[in-house]
Design a protein around this ligand. Structure first.
Ligand SMILES: Nc1nc2c(c(=O)[nH]1)N[C@H]1C(S)=C(S)[C@@H](COP(=O)(O)OP(=O)(O)OC[C@H]3O[C@@H](n4cnc5c(N)ncnc54)[C@H](O)[C@@H]3O)O[C@H]1N2
Ligand code: MOO
Length: 403
């Protein structure tokens, strides 16, 4: 039977996944959150014509011919405007950021002047508007400058502040319950028994959840028994998780009972098994309002499934409009053989050729248990199903490692 393609599987995971409700957060807590509404400016910036330099505000007509002496009639530091009107052959001492006094249209920088008492001698002429930032140069009241669905980086937060917003509407963080399964698993840092494996995947998955903008809920480690799994699934439902991620027990052995027990809880199965390596036994379905991703236990398989399916799902629940696929193109740094029906994600090193082009060289060993190779890798080379053999120098698709 033909297995589901990666694209089709992703489409099914994202089907019907729409943005969660919004909440308000203070600017200082808004970093990396996703905006829930378009944001219009409450202010025009700059609010008035402003000096861009320290110097003298003058009338351009007075300084056409230089040198010329002007009478200094006042001073305008930032935050304190000069309230009078500046007349013929007059100047006001001005500083960067101060409003341009009435009657002036130009700034002469102080390096181009000599001052003596209340007289300034202007040595260089200056055109109209020189060193003046016009009112509204940056933006105007009512301009929509930040869009719903964008992730708030430091620059977006600075702009929101400049627009005079102290609080922003953002999407609630998707809650993602993460459950490791397996009798062999023990937490890191303990003294492992003779048959123990250290549980690693849950830590990686929780990190992926956080990076994607969700809140991980740690459900710990379930034993390979119906009872233990059942208790954990009940806990997931009670925790009001939007997504449940299980790790391990997804394959065909008689201890791989995750799917069975999920079904006993009412799982509506979306799919099981996809044409992908690593990650073939991926399970997807719904348990009430909760989406369930049953990931294979091999550490690299679960991280790749997390990156390819869980991260886009979290982004969809955040209403992200700017999702980055992370995909680009490179040239192969070594030969690769013909591919079978599974789309391969080969861990690879990136380098540059002499012309500066990107080169991706897959590691020789690609076993899905090898986490150290995942950390050594800079990218995945994507080999589509049934791709013919390819040689060093041939173009290839790559997914840059971003976790
Ligand atoms: N007869 C077949 N056997 C297998 C098939 C198949 O199609 N036919 N598929 C293989 C593939 S592909 C994968 S991937 C694995 C996935 O199996 P499971 O999801 O059932 O995973 P487990 O058996 O529970 O564990 C596999 C491996 O990973 C270790 N593991 C599990 N959880 C964790 C964790 N949280 N942290 C660290 N390591 C973990 C576990 O100890 C095992 O070594 O099935 C193949 N078999
Ligand atoms: O698909 Mo499994 O994830 O190859 O090892």
């Amino acid at each position: 039977m033909a297995m589901l393609s990666v694209e089709e599987a992703l489409a099914r995971v994202l089907d019907g996944a729409t943005a969660l409700p919004a909440e308000s957060v203070a600017l200082k807590d808004a970093l990396d959150r996703t905006l829930a509404d378009d944001i219009a400016s409450r202010r025009t910036q700059p609010p008035w014509d402003t000096s861009a330099m320290d110097g003298y505000a003058v009338r351009a007509g007075d300084v056409e011919t230089v040198p010329v002496e002007l009478r200094v009639v006042g001073s305008a530091p930032a935050g304190h405007s000069f309230n009078g009107r500046v007349g013929l052959n007059e100047a006001v001492r001005i500083f960067t950021g101060a409003p341009l006094p009435d009657g002036t249209d130009t700034v002469v920088i102080q390096e181009d002047t000599e001052r003596e008492g209340d007289v300034v001698r202007v040595l260089e002429s200056s055109g109209v508007g020189r060193y003046v930032r016009k009112r509204g140069l940056d933006f105007r009241r009512g301009d929509v400058l930040l869009n719903a669905g964008s992730r708030l980086g430091p620059r977006h937060i600075a702009l929101a502040a400049a627009m005079n917003h102290a609080v922003l509407p953002v999407r609630c963080r998707p809650r993602v319950a993460v459950l490791a399964t397996g009798d062999e698993l023990v937490p890191p840092g303990k003294d492992p028994g003779p048959d123990s494996i250290i549980a690693s995947n849950g830590y990686g998955m929780a990190g992926l959840v956080r990076r994607a903008g969700g809140t991980p809920i740690d459900l710990g480690i379930a034993r390979d028994t119906r009872n233990s799994l059942s208790t954990a699934f009940t806990e997931a439902v009670e925790s009001r998780a939007d997504v449940l991620v299980t790790l391990g027990g997804a394959s065909v052995g008689e201890h791989d009972i995750v799917q069975d027990v999920l079904q006993a809880h009412g799982l509506e199965l979306g799919f099981w098994k996809i044409a992908m390596r690593p990650g073939k036994p991926l399970i997807f379905g719904r348990l009430g309002n909760m989406r369930v991703l049953g990931m294979p236990g091999n550490p690299v398989s679960s991280m790749v499934c997390g990156r390819l399916f869980m991260v886009p799902l979290i982004h969809a629940l955040l209403g992200r409009r700017d999702p980055q696929t992370g995909e680009t193109v490179a040239r192969l740094g070594g030969d690769v053989g013909a591919n079978d029906q599974r789309q391969d994600y080969l861990r690879a090193r990136l380098s540059r050729d002499e012309a500066g082009g990107l080169v991706a060289t897959p590691f020789a060993r690609q076993d899905s248990s090898m986490l150290a190779t995942l950390v050594r890798a800079d990218a995945f080379v994507i080999r589509p199903p049934h791709a013919p053999p390819a040689q060093a120098g041939d173009p290839c698709r790559v997914l840059i490692m971003d976790f």
